[in-house]
Design a protein around this ligand. Structure first.
Ligand SMILES: [Zn+2]
Length: 342
């Protein structure tokens, strides 16, 4: 992939590599025959030699996400904080896709549980899975399809959050719409189990594409394990979402075990009746996505699950946000981003 003069052959690189990767290759001095062999070097010291001090400093350094324009462009978007947080997770490749599960040794099946595509990547979930693709095609002008559907993940996010054109004459720019359009409705679920009696309570919230409150719920259940309480909360939230007629729902839970059980290919035959019931809901005519999210993205559902009990086991529906939850929602929508180091 070098020209005769020893420089990179950009055309050849462009043929073989993703367009977003090419500039990174070009940023490396092209190899020459009289170079020494490649060797491992530590990038946090000017000499390339590892030191514990530099590793510690690098680990604590708060500047990684500030210096890179990719991160600052996300945190400066005038959208709800949870939308920014979600984009951050996308670009950090922290969404628990089936490909990621295989990579971590949690599963042997990387295929999409919705369409059967061999590889369920983040881009597949957010853009390329047929039901989602249909949605994007309905709002993206046809002349832009090739660019929109052909971009790599980083490039796709970058170009969409930089696009200033609007869908209509009096609507905000696309860069503000895009993070919200990544899902139609977001269902956050959580549960808590009190000690020592092990009584469980569920909570959850349905929010629209701009983070607006649609409906919340809370329910006390009996003696239950923390995992079953999490699963139960997901089930109740899904039943509520279906009854409201939503067709594209992204379920977010901070219980990785619950999400893993639901996404197991054998979920329909699970030992858990809760998992089987949730699995059966996936056969209804709607599109569901299940994502693990960090607890920081789930604080409203957490707050709802901890609301005082009305001493019965009936489902409480909140058409309007309870006052005690409002600060959590405001923090979620408008507060400064939670800081992460990884
Ligand atoms: Zn799919």
């Amino acid at each position: 992939m070098l020209h005769a003069d020893g420089n990179w052959n950009v055309s050849r690189l462009s043929e073989l590599l993703d367009q977003a990767v090419v500039p990174h290759v070009l940023g490396v001095l092209s190899p020459s025959f009289d170079d020494v062999r490649d060797r491992v070097a530590w990038r946090l010291t000017p000499t390339g030699a590892f030191t514990v001090a530099s590793a510690y400093e690098g680990f604590l350094s708060p500047s990684w996400d500030v210096c890179d324009p990719k991160w600052s462009s996300i945190w400066s978007l005038p959208v709800a904080q949870r939308a920014r947080m979600f984009l951050w997770l996308v670009l950090r490749q922290r969404l628990m896709t089936n490909v990621e599960r295989v990579r971590r040794g949690l599963s042997s099946d990387p295929s999409c549980s919705s369409c059967g595509c061999y590889s369920e990547t983040i881009l597949h979930i957010l853009r390329d899975c047929p039901p989602v693709r249909s949605f994007w095609k309905s709002i993206i002008p046809q002349v832009e399809h090739e660019c929109f559907f052909g971009a790599s993940l980083d490039h796709w996010v970058a170009m969409n959050i930089k696009t200033s054109r609007a869908l209509g004459p009096s609507t905000p720019p696309w860069s503000c719409f895009f993070p919200s359009f990544l899902w139609q409705v977001c269902l956050n679920t959580d549960a808590s189990v009190s000690l020592p009696d092990h009584l469980g309570s569920l909570g959850g919230v349905l929010r629209g594409s701009s983070g607006d409150w649609l409906r919340g719920y809370r329910q006390s259940v009996g003696v239950v394990s923390p995992l079953n309480a999490e699963l139960w909360s997901i089930l109740v939230g899904l039943q509520l979402a279906f009854s409201m007629g939503f067709s594209r729902v992204q379920v977010q839970s901070d219980s990785s075990v619950a999400i893993r059980l639901i996404l197991d290919p054998m979920a329909a035959n699970s030992f858990s009746s809760l998992v089987r019931r949730i699995s059966s809901l996936q056969n209804l005519p709607w599109s569901l996505r299940f994502l693990w999210v960090p607890r920081e993205m789930n604080m409203v559902a957490d707050g709802l699950s901890k609301l005082p009990s009305l001493n019965d086991f009936h489902l409480q529906i909140f058409d309007n946000i309870p006052e005690s939850i409002r600060p959590l929602l405001v923090r979620d929508r408008e507060g400064p981003p939670y800081r992460h180091r990884c």
